[in-house]
Write a new protein. Structure first.
Length: 51
């Protein structure tokens, strides 16, 4: 099964926005690693917002 292209673009945009990474390094990440990065961005963002 392939990962949905729309979801991949959402994830790439999220990581690029928050970490200012280029597209190629984001797309080169294995899915579980990219998911962990996204989780950590969300955790940091929530902590900074006081949630």
């Amino acid at each position: 099964m392939t990962y949905a292209a729309d979801r991949l673009w959402e994830e790439a945009a999220y990581v690029a926005y928050y970490l200012h990474w280029q597209l190629d390094p984001i797309l080169d990440l294995e899915h579980p690693v990219r998911q962990k990065v996204i989780e950590e961005i969300g955790r940091i963002h929530r902590a900074q917002a006081g949630d």
